[in-house]
Design a protein around this ligand. Structure first.
Ligand code: FAD
Ligand code: FO1
Length: 448
């Protein structure tokens, strides 16, 4: 592994004792640099190895829809690890605290964890780092180019980030070695009773799980294969048409780390699909996705008005008191009760399927700015709904997508108009000129 992929958070103890991979963002066994490095360290030291997941039952507005998807995926992680002789432990409670206690009780020698730029995971990791006596390493197992190596600062736009990432991408794109069976046993208490856990956890159950997408590492690989076979060649043409199924649907898997972005990139590059479509897909997967991590890593206000660039704060302030033709509150928006049938259809798609089409996400968030009292209120509502309903929500891509739509993050100034100021506007008429709005609305109306 390229050593820039890992950071030492704390050097501590004599290194003796079992090795733990504290899994959080990268919930998979294959293609996982954090797990691979924990395994290599444990083999080198002839020490036992375990994977520990700390379950926090109130994570950024997630409901049983997302917890169900995640826990079913983790159940498969446990089985795959068992085949390699590696125990999987699920702890409950505040993750920073739970990991520290576990490490102390079990005499752990080293903890390896994965990386997320979001405040919640950062605070868990800080807490654990403060309390642990042993060493703790952080491995960016999510990004193709580790976030800290891609750029040392917040980037203005895709155009400034793109050349930096592409320049060093090849130095990080190696195959992760297949996980080896672990010969040093660790007799830990058996894994959870999954059925019972799903019944028992105290999470919001008002938003149901969805049936159209199967969770887990195996399902993620099958979804990728299907996309390579049937979708990729038309990606360039169809991806921005919500009345077609032109996207890969990989975002729920990528969000929960059930598939690695590097694996997706590798298979896309190797495929014989149309070159323009491959390039368009790689731009989203490599540049746009990793740019979101860059923003959240270097901008602590990634989910608020204060995180917007100065030009957009200025222009939105200038238009703060502009009259709004329509004003809706959260229940009206949540219930898809606006005057705009296209917006209502997108809201229904998210509520019923847990995944809104990418083109509609931009339109949806921009209309929330247009129809609420302030950009702060628009941010709050858009993030609340995105995190509550989307399978792939609670993700840097979500915070940046909302901030791009409402606050011009990574975008440029456009012609000035009411409410939006110089932030890019999107209209129903524009949508109607791009795709068959009627067919999308009809389809969304048929969803249950
Ligand atoms: P595909 O088009 O098949 O793309 C493949 C992958 O590329 C995606 O899975 C994603 O990882 C990446 N990607 C594609 N578009 C973008 C983009 N605009 N920015 C960053 N990465 C991208 N994405 C999320 O993963 N989670 C979210 O919560 C989320 N919320 C969004 C909210 C708004 C308001 C907006 C404008 C965008 C949001 N996006 C979010 C980005 C994008 O819409 C989704 O990643 C995409 O629609 C997911 O579907 P897919 O996997 O089928 O995409
Ligand atoms: N990670 C954890 O370590 N523990 C959790 O309990 C947990 C819950 C969770 C619920 C919804 C969701 O979308 C993600 C969740 N994650 C959890 C994963 C993770 O921390 C995030 O994906 C990253 O922080 C996003 O960058």
């Amino acid at each position: 592994m390229n050593l820039d992929r890992a950071r030492i958070l704390k050097d501590g103890g004599d290194g003796r004792g079992p090795v733990v991979y504290w899994m959080s963002r990268d919930q998979r066994v294959e293609d996982n640099w954090a797990l691979a490095s924990a395994s290599e360290l444990a083999l080198e030291r002839r020490a036992p190895l375990a994977v520990v997941f700390a379950l926090e039952e109130e994570f950024l507005g997630a409901t049983i829809r997302q917890y169900g998807f995640m826990l079913r995926g983790l159940e498969m992680v446990e089985s795959a690890l068992a085949r390699k002789g590696i125990p999987f432990v699920l702890l409950r409670g505040d993750p920073g605290d739970a990991i520290s206690r576990f490490a102390e009780e079990e005499g752990v020698g080293t903890v390896v964890t994965d990386f997320s730029p979001l405040a919640t995971k950062r605070s868990w990791t800080e807490e654990a780092t403060k309390r642990l006596d042993c060493a703790i390493y952080e491995v960016d197992a999510h990004n193709m180019v580790p976030c800290w190596a891609a750029s040392p600062k917040q980037e203005y736009a895709a155009r400034t980030f793109r050349p930096k990432v592409w320049r060093i991408l090849s130095t990080f794109c190696e195959e992760v070695p297949a996980l080896r069976a672990h010969p040093h046993p660790w007799d830990l208490e058996g894994g959870p009773d999954w059925e019972r856990l799903r019944r028992e956890i105290s999470v919001d159950r008002s938003i149901p799980e969805v049936g159209w997408i199967e969770p887990g590492e195996g399902a993620a690989r099958r979804a990728l294969e299907t996309f390579l076979r049937k979708g990729l060649s038309a990606y360039q043409r169809d991806r921005n048409d919500p009345s077609l199924q032109g996207q890969s649907n990989l975002s729920p898997y990528l969000h929960f780390g059930q598939i690695s972005a590097s694996r997706v990139a590798l298979e896309v590059t190797r495929s014989g699909a149309d070159g323009a479509s491959k390039a368009a897909f790689m731009e989203e997967l490599v540049v746009r996705r990793e740019l979101s991590d860059n923003f959240c890593f270097y901008n602590r206000r990634y989910d608020s008005f204060e995180g917007f660039p100065a030009w957009s704060r200025g222009t939105l302030n200038d238009h703060r008191d502009d009259p709004r033709e329509h004003l809706y509150d959260l229940p009206e928006l949540e219930g898809a009760k606006t005057h705009d049938r296209l917006w209502n259809a997108a809201q229904r798609e998210m509520v019923c399927r847990g995944k809104m089409h990418g083109y509609m996400r931009m339109y949806w968030a921009k209309k929330i700015l247009e129809w609420t009292e302030s950009p702060e209120e628009a941010m709050r509502i858009a993030i609340h709904l995105n995190d509550r309903y989307e399978l792939d929500g609670r993700d840097p891509n979500g915070y940046v997508g909302v901030a791009w739509s409402i606050g011009g993050v990574h975008d440029r100034a456009w012609g000035e108009r009411e409410v939006f100021g110089k932030v890019r506007y999107m209209s129903l008429r524009g949508a109607m000129s791009k795709f068959d709005v009627g067919s999308y609305v009809e389809w969304a109306g048929s969803l249950e």
